[in-house]
Design a protein around this ligand. Structure first.
Ligand code: AMP
Length: 126
């Protein structure tokens, strides 16, 4: 199940290059093009779902989330900790409409506070 216009489907199909970290029958993980942290890897199902709330079968969700620990081990961030993010839809600023988990790590990350969230966030156009 692919979307021919989806950039992540093209990565999953090997049609455009990516720095692949892990791949199996169900998922592929690759480094983010614009990393926000020393480790910034995206995990996607090979099948196309627009986001986590797109009636994704539980089995597929299982495969995608099971890959998190593998990425943490491969990237050497398991012990020190890391953050997973799943932006979903417009209010979460999802930019690529193919379900993906961001795995971020390699350094300390503050908890988001009121400067990062909500209508008064410093990165929001007022
Ligand atoms: P989101 O905003 O949660 O939808 O995240 C999409 C992420 O995909 C962003 O962090 C982008 O930097 C990343 N991205 C977009 N195109 C590519 C690509 N061709 N290869 C790797 N990462 C990409």
């Amino acid at each position: 199940m692919q979307d021919k216009d989806c950039i992540f489907c093209k990565i999953a199909a090997g049609e455009i290059p990516a720095k692949v970290v892990f791949e199996d029958e169900y998922v592929i993980a690759f480094d983010d093009l614009e990393p926000l942290m020393p480790v910034h890897t995206l995990i996607i199902p090979k099948d196309h779902y627009s986001d986590i709330a797109d009636d994704v079968p539980e089995e597929t969700l299982g495969h995608v989330f099971a890959a998190v620990q593998k990425i943490a081990d491969i990237k050497g961030i398991h012990e020190e900790g890391f953050r997973c993010l799943v932006n979903t839809g417009e209010n979460a600023s999802q930019s690529v409409k193919h379900l993906h988990i961001h795995v971020l790590g390699g350094g300390w990350m503050p908890r988001p506070n009121d400067q990062d969230w909500g209508p008064n966030a410093t990165n929001v156009e007022q």
